[in-house]
Design a protein around this ligand. Structure first.
Ligand SMILES: Cc1cc2nc3c(=O)[nH]c(=O)nc-3n(C[C@H](O)[C@H](O)[C@H](O)COP(=O)(O)OP(=O)(O)OC[C@H]3O[C@@H](n4cnc5c(N)ncnc54)[C@H](O)[C@@H]3O)c2cc1C
Length: 386
């Protein structure tokens, strides 16, 4: 078994680390205070991110992406998310689903996203359907050559600011399969509006919105992929998405542990640094073990994807990585906050912010329970997958 990370990936990781320290982390206090960055600052971050090759990490060369394999994307994502999500998310990321763009769609949607010039949002979740995503109710009906969308989406990240939405709607309600179609809907299309903006527990600057569709007509050219195949193309990027969610958890874990160690060495109580107390050492040891195990699961899932293991096996490994890393992050944030004592409860510390941010990782991209359903179903059908 070879655990060596290729030299070129190590070098790129160093570049990303320097970028995060210089261009992202200094904006964290502002984002926490004002729940976002000024548009011109976001533009500047995107410009600099593109200059160091951070745009479209998993996108192929021919569309202007970095062309990284999954392991490469994991290493870069881990570094990027050492910064708080509300800042790290400003770096342009293009969802794999946009690779389904054809003809003029490539010029209007895919390429500008890879360049960081246009922002998108992914609109699947609805008030009545979250985990059971195939049960969505938003409808699109073909009338005089146009698709007319009616329905409501909620919890849509960047929904208020995105230039266009990738919207999932039922187009073939009578079918058992192939019922759902994906649409590209531009901001400003009549009948497409933004409803409630949600206030959230963490991730300041990373806003969620309700999206409303009221007789919103889009031309047939705005169908992404084949009519009826929307759910399949959404599912296509699922494993990679879950591996990246696991990777997003590694960055904060590493930073939390670094902060915890520094604090334990310098905080003196009863005449000694608290790092001298075994209670503190054990918490740090458990944190380091959690991070190491989460890294191994995540890097291995990425390696499995890159080495062409069967999709079902990659899916199960991606679910294990996402499940473990997201839960490990919660444990690490909790222990490090304990090590900081009351100081860790104060908003000016990274640990307080990371603790709040950590909670969502067990919910989005499939809750912990859904990951366990996937892992158990694979185990019961195929046995243990090594
Ligand atoms: C901050 C944030 C950002 C988001 N961004 C987006 C976005 O950009 N686009 C988008 O489309 N969606 C987005 N979502 C939605 C997110 O994907 C859903 O919240 C998630 O899928 C869970 O759905 P739900 O919240 O409706 O919970 P539910 O599905 O209602 O689940 C409630 C509880 O029941 C459990 N449960 C459900 N089914 C089962 C089962 N079969 N077995 C065992 N337990 C089960 C769940 O694990 C959970 O504990 C976002 C959500 C949040 C909070």
């Amino acid at each position: 078994m070879d655990f060596t990370i290729p030299d070129e990936l190590r070098a790129f990781r160093e570049t990303v680390r320097a970028f995060v320290d210089k261009e992202l982390i200094p904006h964290e206090d502002y984002v926490e205070e004002y729940d976002g960055l000024p548009e011109e600052v976001e533009r500047e971050i995107r410009r600099k991110a593109v200059a160091v090759g951070l745009n479209g990490l998993g996108m192929p060369d021919e569309v202007g992406g970095a062309g990284l394999d999954v392991l490469g994307q994991v290493l870069v994502t881990e570094e990027l998310f050492r910064a708080l999500g509300g800042v790290a998310e400003v770096v342009p990321a293009t969802p794999r689903i946009l690779l389904a763009c054809v003809g003029e769609q490539r010029e209007r949607y895919l390429l500008p996203c890879v360049r960081g010039d246009r922002q998108w949002c992914f609109a699947l979740t609805e008030p009545d359907t979250g985990s059971d995503a195939a049960g969505i109710k938003t409808r699109a009906e073909l009338c005089d050559g146009q698709w007319v969308i009616n329905g409501r989406k909620r919890f849509i990240s960047h929904g208020d600011s995105a230039d266009f939405a990738i919207v999932f709607a039922v187009t073939h309600p009578d079918r058992e399969r192939d019922r759902i179609t994906a649409f590209l809907v531009d901001k400003g299309t009549p009948g497409f509006g933004v409803g409630q903006l949600h206030k959230t527990m963490g991730h300041r600057g990373y806003r969620q919105a309700e999206l409303l569709f009221d007789d919103c007509a889009v031309p047939a050219e705005n169908v992404l992929g084949e009519p009826g195949r929307g759910f399949d193309i959404a599912q296509g990027g699922l494993s990679a998405g879950r591996i990246m969610t696991a990777a997003r958890c590694l960055g904060p874990m590493g930073r939390l542990i670094g902060d915890g160690v520094d604090w334990a060495k310098q905080r003196v109580q009863f005449g000694r640094p608290i790092a001298d107390y075994q209670a503190i050492q054990f918490m740090l040891a458990d944190c380091a073990t959690d991070l190491h195990a989460a890294r191994l699961l995540t890097y291995h899932a990425a390696w499995a994807a890159d080495h062409g293991e069967p999709p079902k096996v990659v899916n199960a490994k991606a679910s294990m990585a996402k499940l473990f890393a997201s839960e490990a992050l919660g444990r690490v944030a909790d222990r490090v906050l304990q090590i900081f004592g009351g100081t860790g409860y104060m908003n000016e510390t990274y640990v307080e912010r990371a603790y709040r941010n950590a909670r969502i990782e067990r919910i989005w991209e499939g809750t912990s329970e859904i990951q366990r359903v996937i892992i158990a179903s694979n185990l019961l059908k195929r046995g243990m997958f090594s």
